[in-house]
Design a protein around this ligand. Structure first.
Ligand SMILES: Cc1cc2nc3c(=O)[nH]c(=O)nc-3n(C[C@H](O)[C@H](O)[C@H](O)COP(=O)(O)O)c2cc1C
Length: 407
């Protein structure tokens, strides 16, 4: 299926859905999302077919992303490290958690709004930082920033999104966090933090689970195109890089400029440098959660990086409750890894998360349909979450408690 035909199908399906959406969501009348439905083609036997090819679940985006992306890029997004034990467990662990909410609770509406780090948002589902967004769709992070703004949620922009801090900031008025991969050079790190402050980002997310090694990427010899990598390193702050640098030298430079090992000292330093909230991403232990509190950080993301780092780490949802207990309500806890359904969001919040982040669903949807795709995946989460909250008798996010879980 060619790109244009698929975009039309996506827009068609989303348009149908948009017609049922609540008022005030800001869907532009001119947007392809709300274009009039095409007539249903008649079958040879005279019966109309009602097959609707629009994505209705998050997983529906996988085949659509696969059809759009070069195979190596699709596998880069979708695969996990080594034997993919953690990748699978992240999803399966949500399935193992059972709900047992009360009946006859009299709830018929759900308010999905909440606050994260003091920011009011319409939906407790944030876009996780994802590297390489520009490789999945030409509009990349700009499309994600616009879609998240329209959905009323936060976009966490990766250091390696491949649009600059400023370009992403200008793409939308919506709230954004800047995710920092820590460079070896502290001056470069500080420059990025200052640029994020100046551009209006609301928090710095520092990712500390490093070392991606995925069989699929090795087999495919997955690599970032030269011009994009050169532009990225210049955007990070390495303006000294010359146009005529060889690809070999460029990749060696890239490997050499990030700090492969980090210690808590970095956070003591960073805390002294910025007043923006600092969120530590990649927490899986109570010890790390306690340390984040001690160091005056503002939040943690309980995450195993979507099973892209050390394989056989536990599912992040399985360590959430312990990390929440260790945070002692002093800092906010966000969860990612394996969130695919509105019901997963309910479970994470019931176990103490303030909100969740989505990584692959964000990337698949971007590849499938750019801004409209990302908006659509957030709409799916919104609709599934609304349904789950009502069914569980939770009229608002703060009413989602562990009482709805089968103990
Ligand atoms: C293609 C891809 C690239 C990623 N790049 C980053 C990144 O640049 N920074 C970061 O902190 N996390 C990155 N992550 C991890 C996500 O932020 C998130 O932790 C993870 O995807 C959550 O798991 P999920 O994909 O099951 O939702 C990436 C994930 C994917 C799928």
């Amino acid at each position: 299926m060619n790109r244009r035909v698929f975009s039309q199908i996506l827009a068609f399906g989303a348009g149908l859905f948009g017609a049922q959406a609540r008022a005030g969501e800001g869907e532009s009348k001119k947007s392809p999302m709300s274009s009039p439905a095409a007539p249903i083609p008649a079958q040879p036997d005279g019966y109309a077919t009602a097959i609707d090819p629009a994505p209705v679940t998050v997983n529906d985006f996988i085949a659509r992303a696969k059809a759009k992306l070069p195979p190596a890029t699709f596998e880069y997004v979708t695969s996990g490290s080594e034997d993919e034990v953690t990748l699978r467990d992240n999803v399966e662990a949500f399935h193992r958690i059972k709900l047992l909410p009360p009946l006859l609770h009299g709830v018929s509406e759900a308010d999905l709004s909440t606050t994260v780090l003091g920011q009011k948002i319409a939906l407790p589902v944030l876009l996780a930082p994802v590297a390489g967004l520009r490789l999945y769709h030409p509009e990349g992070a700009l499309a994600s920033a616009r879609a998240s703004a329209r959905a009323g949620t936060i976009f966490a922009a990766s250091t390696s999104a491949f649009h600059s801090i400023e370009q992403i900031a200008e793409a939308s008025e919506g709230p954004k966090w800047f995710q920092l991969y820590v460079p070896k050079d502290r001056a470069i790190a500080l420059q990025m933090v200052r640029r994020a402050e100046a551009a209006g980002y609301k928090a710095i997310v520092v990712t500390v689970d490093l070392g991606e090694r995925k069989d699929a990427d090795l087999r495919n010899k997955f690599s970032v195109p030269r011009d994009i990598l050169l532009q990225h390193l210049r955007d990070v702050g390495h303006k000294e890089l010359q146009d005529n640098i060889s690809y070999e030298d460029l990749t060696a430079f890239n490997l050499g400029c990030w700090a492969p090992s980090l210690s808590w000292e970095f956070f003591e330093w960073l805390r002294g440098q910025t007043k923006l909230p600092i969120v530590l991403k990649g927490v899986m232990t109570t010890e790390a959660a306690r340390k984040a509190v001690q160091l005056g950080l503002n939040g943690i993301v309980v995450s195993n990086h979507g099973g892209r780092r050390i394989d056989t780490l536990p599912a992040s949802i399985d360590v959430l409750r312990d990390c929440v207990d260790a945070a002692q309500d002093k800092i906010e806890v966000i969860l990612d890894s394996g969130v695919r359904r509105g019901i997963d969001v309910v479970k994470a919040i019931a176990l103490g998360a303030k909100a969740v982040m989505i990584g692959r669903p964000h990337a698949w949807a971007l590849a499938a349909g750019g801004e409209a795709g990302v908006k659509r995946v957030l709409d799916i989460f919104r609709d599934e979450l609304t349904n789950s909250m009502i069914a569980c008798g939770c009229p608002s996010v703060d009413k989602i408690t562990s009482e709805i879980l089968k103990q």
